[in-house]
Design a protein. Structure first.
Length: 122
């Protein structure tokens, strides 16, 4: 199962759970200024998942710094607020920085840089 399918499945379940208890599920969507990279901080991961629209490449990082990558299923992630270049967001132990070279997310000293050219994990 691709990351986006897992996220959609988790967030679909979470949306139902949120109707019962709003504290159970939380997701915060954001994107790069170019619009090519879309991400979500989700409590169900817990961590971040990002997608490059130009390649359908997806990468996920949990709060322990464990990255995973996959080819997406072709459906774009929901559009969120713009994270301007040079700004950062933090959620569920993961910090993401919007850079002109891509979206860089880190946790526990590890992470990824997702760009038009591909993904680099470190």
């Amino acid at each position: 199962m691709t990351i986006s399918r897992r996220i959609k499945a988790l967030l679909g379940t979470a949306a139902v759970a949120a109707m019962v208890s709003p504290a159970i599920a939380q997701a915060q969507y954001f994107r790069s200024p170019s619009g090519n990279i879309r991400c979500v901080f989700a409590s169900e991961l817990p961590g971040v998942a990002c997608q490059a629209l130009n390649s359908a490449r997806e990468v996920q990082l949990d709060r322990y710094g464990v990255p995973t990558t996959s080819e997406g299923d072709g459906s774009p992630m929901r559009v969120g607020r713009v994270l301007p270049y040079g700004w950062t967001m933090t959620g569920y132990g993961v910090r993401c920085a919007s850079l002109q070279t891509g979206m860089r997310c880190t946790a526990a000293g590890h992470g990824f840089l997702l760009a038009r050219s591909g993904v680099r994990m470190f």
